[in-house]
Design a protein around this ligand. Structure first.
Ligand code: AMP
Length: 198
């Protein structure tokens, strides 16, 4: 089996800590895993919540962290000050495109609306064949179980094609998740224009 090689992974995560300390611990563990595997972190460039925690952890284990911020979030208060590189984009759209361009894979950690939006844009781009990069969910505390159930529900209701179930891989363990993403074979997805209604 050919394993994919990741130079950079983009991580979407909450700008808050979450109530359960397991979430901060997971950000710490994922940052440490990226650093020790020599994979650069690409993320939203913030200093707060799980975003700040994963960047701090990556850096403290000797890894590299790249922030991509839109102008209006690149402030003294919000931006992380210790990053190896920062890209400031004009707006949120160019920010997401830049994060996608820089990265070989995507991981969504627990988070809120911003995290969901970023995750789903990458999934819908994959669904349409805009990119073929693996997408993972770090399923700490089974955080993503309701989302996976919702997707299953939408498949059963005929709104998501069942082959698109493969677009997201979930794992509770950071290194287990990265390994699954590395081993993901090239997906043979139907072209959206060829999908029938069954
Ligand atoms: P949320 O999940 O709603 O906390 O939003 C987190 C996602 O939205 C991150 O992956 C960021 O890309 C973006 N975001 C939200 N708040 C900030 C912030 N204060 N600084 C930088 N990016 C943010």
């Amino acid at each position: 089996m050919i394993k994919r090689v990741f130079r950079r992974i983009c991580v979407f995560s909450g700008s808050r800590d979450g109530y359960n300390p397991a979430y901060l611990q997971a950000a710490h563990d994922l940052g440490a895993t990226l650093a020790t595997q020599n994979v650069e972190l690409v993320y939203g460039g913030g200093s707060m919540g799980l975003m700040g925690a994963i960047a701090d952890s990556t850096l403290s284990y000797g890894g590299r962290a790249i922030g991509v911020l839109p102008e209006f979030l690149a402030t003294e208060k919000l931006a992380h000050k210790g990053l190896n590189k920062v890209f400031v984009t004009q707006d949120m759209h160019t920010r997401k495109a830049k994060m996608a361009e820089l990265s070989d894979a995507f991981i969504a950690m627990p988070g809120g609306l911003g995290t969901f939006e970023e995750l789903f844009e990458m999934v819908t781009w994959a669904q349409l064949g805009v990119h073929a990069k693996p997408i993972g969910l770090l399923n700490t505390n089974r955080f993503y179980e309701p989302l996976l159930n919702l997707i299953e529900h939408a498949i059963q209701a005929g709104f998501i094609h069942e082959t698109h179930r493969q677009l997201m891989i979930a794992d509770q363990d950071p290194s287990g998740l990265i390994e699954q993403l590395q081993k993901q074979p090239e997906l043979d997805l139907p072209k959206i224009t060829d999908l029938d209604q069954t």
